[in-house]
Design a protein around this ligand. Structure first.
Ligand SMILES: CC(C)(COP(=O)(O)OP(=O)(O)OC[C@H]1O[C@@H](n2cnc3c(N)ncnc32)[C@H](O)[C@@H]1OP(=O)(O)O)[C@@H](O)C(=O)NCCC(=O)NCCSC(=O)C[C@](C)(O)C(=O)O
Length: 266
């Protein structure tokens, strides 16, 4: 897949999260902003009941009826990804692994994505996708613990249906768990709309960028528990032993994602 990168998707993301626009032709796209470019555009006829493509896609679901979730990933930025120039994405399945989790049978599918610009790989990424059994027990809804006030240095994001919808639109993601409340409750058994894994990862990367992270970076992250739209989203980033340690929690203090951003320049 190849396209000339335009500023439009980056501007849309900047408006969505109210984050600073970089100089896209000089410094390139910040960490994870490549997710708004080089998108798959599956045919409507190829979408399955959950809104994800079931054929002519990488990865294809392991079996019909499995519940797809974004579990984590590892991203390396190896050079600037500049707007105004063409870029190419290559994607392959690296591994498929069956595991038994607390919530039931899990199939982890790891995909690798390389973005090439001007003859060199500038983004090298692995994404961990997990497929739950339809019959598995969904993650428990949060208990009504008291709210934990937003501390200094934390970033509170209002997770509203419009935020989730606009993020889905920006990534051309038709997965119904993010916008179809009847489907998510009646079919997948969750108590609310699910906040995208990529949105939480991006918020963590942006929290690190606010602290000055930039250049060639490695970002490893995990989605550890589902975050529903009525639970808020609070992001933090702080200096750790090995880089910038980031996390997402809900407004009651339950952790939903963790990650570490490291500089690749020593
Ligand atoms: C992932 C879930 C199902 C595991 O659920 P669990 O609690 O049953 O698992 P576990 O008992 O903690 O662990 C079982 C095994 O899985 C591994 N494992 C456990 N977690 C991970 C992880 N994150 N990444 C990689 N491996 C993981 C873990 O290390 C262990 O391996 P082992 O047996 O070898 O020791 C559970 O933690 C969960 O629900 N996490 C939140 C997922 C989420 O909310 N994602 C975002 C929304 S979905 C989305 O954005 C989608 C999108 C954008 O539309 C899209 O389709 O592209």
């Amino acid at each position: 897949m190849k396209e000339v990168l335009q500023p439009g998707p980056a501007e849309a993301l900047s408006s969505l999260l109210d984050v600073e626009m970089p100089d896209l032709e000089r410094d390139g796209l910040p960490l994870l902003w490549h997710w708004f470019y080089l998108l798959d555009r599956p045919a409507q006829a190829d979408l399955g009941p959950d809104g994800h493509p079931v054929r002519a896609t990488i990865p294809a679901p392991p079996e019909p009826g499995r519940r797809r979730m974004w579990a984590g990933g590892r991203v390396r930025t190896l050079g600037p990804l500049l707007c105004g120039l063409p870029a190419t994405r290559r994607t392959e399945v690296l591994s498929v692994q069956e595991k038994q989790g607390r919530t039931g049978r899990l199939t982890f599918v790891v995909t690798r994505h390389e973005i090439v610009q001007d003859g060199r790989v500038v983004v090298d990424e692995e994404q961990d996708l997990v497929y739950r059994d339809a019959a598995s027990r969904p993650a428990e809804p949060a208990t009504e613990e008291p709210e934990v006030p937003v501390a200094e240095g934390e970033w509170a994001i209002d997770v509203s249906p419009t935020l989730l919808f606009r993020f889905s639109a920006l990534t051309y993601n038709a997965h119904r768990i993010h916008y179809d409340r009847d489907y998510v409750r009646d079919v997948e058994g969750y108590p609310g709309l699910l906040t995208h894994g990529p949105l939480q990862a991006l918020a963590m990367a942006e929290a690190a960028r606010r602290r000055g992270s930039g250049g060639e970076l490695a970002f490893d992250y995990r989605l550890v528990s589902p975050l529903f739209d009525h639970q808020g989203m609070v992001v933090r980033a702080e200096a750790g032993a090995d880089g910038t340690v980031t996390a997402v929690r809900d407004r009651h203090g339950r952790r939903t994602a963790t990650g570490t951003v490291r500089s690749l320049v020593r």
